[in-house]
Design a protein around this ligand. Sequence first.
Ligand SMILES: Cc1cc2nc3c(=O)[nH]c(=O)nc-3n(C[C@H](O)[C@H](O)[C@H](O)COP(=O)(O)O)c2cc1C
Length: 193
Amino acid sequence: MKILILNSSPRRHGNVSKMLEVMRREAEEKGAEVIYVYVSELNVRPCIGCMKCRSALRCCLPEDGAQRVLQAVKEVDALIIGAPCYWGNLPGELKVLFDRMVYGLMGENAWGMPLPLHKGKKAVVVSASTTPFPFNILYNQTRGVVKALKEILKWSGFKLVKAIEKGGTGKRPDLSEKEIAACRKAVRRLWRT
Ligand SMILES: Cc1cc2nc3c(=O)[nH]c(=O)nc-3n(C[C@H](O)[C@H](O)[C@H](O)COP(=O)(O)O)c2cc1C
């Protein structure tokens, strides 16, 4: 099993990073080969929307971090995405990265309908927000992040096997035993058929 972890929190010791660290360890203990990317350290130019990639099947912008991450996405069996809640959505840098990878994630059939290019692959999402539970879900805070990522994953062919949403990070920055167990369990789901 080859897994790509995309950490879009710029905080190395923040909540998302802590959850991803538990997941990385669990995946490695199960024998996975893990590629770990800090999205905030990549150099990625925003998509210019030219749509040339639809026919050229490559991005017309000069090579940067986006093409390198896309290569990794193509090589792996599963994705683990860590995304803090920023304005009820995913961090801008992660959105920019997914925009730039569109041609390698989703194709188009002859009628212009989406063609998921990663069918059979799985994904896990982790998010965190200061809005406490259950309002992080009811008010679309971490839930907004999960919904946005679901859209990208669905049309790319990834099956979302688990989303973990941690609320109330301002008052509760450490991971509970229950949260650690949930992170480990979510990773193990990637091995299930
Ligand atoms: C730019 C920005 C926007 C944010 N927007 C929200 C928000 O809409 N709702 C919320 O509950 N928390 C929001 N937060 C708080 C973060 O979600 C919270 O600090 C979370 O723990 C960040 O994840 P991290 O600990 O992994 O860095 C925002 C933080 C930043 C920096």
